[in-house]
Write a protein that binds this ligand. Structure first.
Ligand SMILES: Cc1cc2nc3c(=O)[nH]c(=O)nc-3n(C[C@H](O)[C@H](O)[C@H](O)COP(=O)(O)OP(=O)(O)OC[C@H]3O[C@@H](n4cnc5c(N)ncnc54)[C@H](O)[C@@H]3O)c2cc1C
Length: 370
């Protein structure tokens, strides 16, 4: 069987590119997905109690990219949502990321914004070169806050010390000297009003798109031919692990439902220093669903299982470079998304990449003007 466009993976990156090709070029697209559903890790569903849960962990849409926000807004309305995270430290619940409130609550102080700057700079450890995630934290907040808030959380999440991880891991978490206790400061933040799965369904509600669920691309690889393949799965699998298996950090998700209206004070509570799980999410506080019961999720990081987070160490980045060389030689295969590029990306970043790939490569190759 011959297809003009084949897409491996029905996550947000695969669906965005499928939508663009099907609706802008009016071309037929085959989307192959090994799971039993679309959406990849943004998939959400109603559990047996009728509570909307995020099956692969809490997903909060946030971006400063107006183009991405406008694009996704074609497929969903949004609930206005400003994410808040608390961290359980020394018996207190303190706001994350670090802000005036965090420090005042942790040390029982009442410092002003200006005083916090002086507080942090008196503790921050100056460094000539910031090389690891540990350096990032120590150079911003000093030893005590690093140990209370970052060190054990990162060890649990990654199974290694922050000194072994590149700067990207802790750099993602800002340190603020103001009273802003929102988790993200982006201009656009929200939750798809009817859930991510509904948004994804709307994206591919186009007769040009043929969807094949429960099918690993490998199963049909030799059965089909195509002009272009857009591959969003793990690159090492695509090349049959010729340079070895790439490492990923995985998560064991444990859902619990309680006969109570509310379980905790915030949508997400981090537990850096206690328990084996890293955080608890209470879904109703993300989705605003009205329900007499509530479902929570505990996340237990682990080494084996579904690949969620590419491992941000020098060793694996170097291993991935060998695959990258192969990828660059391909003439009709595009690698898209977080698995294929072996990098952590937020939702807005993978949508942006898919939109750019379409405009810069796929549309011009098809010969149709934008
Ligand atoms: C726990 C967690 C929390 C997150 N929270 C946020 C958040 O709050 N905000 C945010 O912006 N981002 C968040 N993200 C990131 C977000 O999930 C990703 O940016 C996004 O899902 C990436 O989309 P993707 O299409 O690249 O990958 P994926 O969602 O992984 O989709 C890839 C798809 O390809 C399929 N596939 C793989 N190999 C094959 C194959 N051989 N054949 C067929 N199908 C295949 C997979 O089954 C999967 O469905 C979070 C991620 C995790 C893990």
């Amino acid at each position: 069987m011959h297809y003009h466009y084949v897409i491996a993976g029905a996550g947000l990156s695969g669906l965005t590119i499928a939508e663009r090709i099907a609706s802008e070029l009016n071309e037929k697209v085959l989307v192959v997905e090994k799971r039993s559903h679309i959406g990849g890790n943004v998939y959400d569903s109603y559990n047996e109690e009728g509570i909307l849960i995020h099956n692969y962990g809490p997903h909060i849409f946030h971006t400063n990219d107006e183009g991405v926000y406008r694009y996704l807004s074609r497929f969903t309305k949004w609930n206005d949502f400003w994410h808040r995270v608390l961290s359980y430290v020394d018996g207190n619940l303190v706001p994350m990321p670090v802000s005036v409130e965090t420090i005042n609550r942790l040390y029982n102080l009442s410092l002003s914004c200006g005083e916090i700057e002086a507080f942090l700079s008196s503790r921050a450890i100056p460094m000539d070169e910031v090389k690891t995630s540990r350096d990032v934290a120590l150079s911003k907040v000093g030893t005590d806050l690093y140990e209370k808030l970052f060190m054990n959380y990162t060890r649990k999440q990654w199974g290694v010390d922050p000194s072994e991880l590149d700067t990207s891991v802790i750099s993602r978490i800002p340190v603020r000297t103001n009273r802003d206790t929102r988790y993200f400061a982006d201009r656009y933040q929200g939750m798809p009003k009817y859930g991510y799965t509904r948004m994804c369904e709307n994206m591919i509600a186009n007769p040009n798109i043929k969807l094949m669920l429960n099918t690993d691309f490998e199963e049909i690889r030799d059965e089909i031919t195509y002009d272009y393949l857009i591959y969003t799965g793990p690159t090492d699998a695509y090349y049959h692990y010729k340079y070895g298996k790439m490492a990923y950090r995985s998560l064991n998700f444990v859902f619990e439902t309680y006969d109570m209206e509310s379980y905790q004070e915030a949508p997400v509570v981090n537990y850096p220093n206690d328990y084996d799980f890293t955080r608890i999410t209470e879904f109703k506080k993300l989705t605003w669903q009205d329900h007499k019961k509530t479902t929570i999720l505990k996340e237990y990081p682990c080494a084996e299982g579904e690949p969620y987070y590419p491992f941000p160490t020098k060793e694996y980045q170097e291993q991935f470079l060998k695959y990258r060389e192969e990828m660059e030689k391909e003439t009709n295969v595009y690698f898209l998304g977080r698995l294929a590029q072996y990098r952590y990306f937020n939702m807005d970043a993978v949508v942006r990449q898919a939109l750019d790939l379409f405009e810069q490569k796929i549309r011009p190759a098809n010969g149709k003007e934008g």
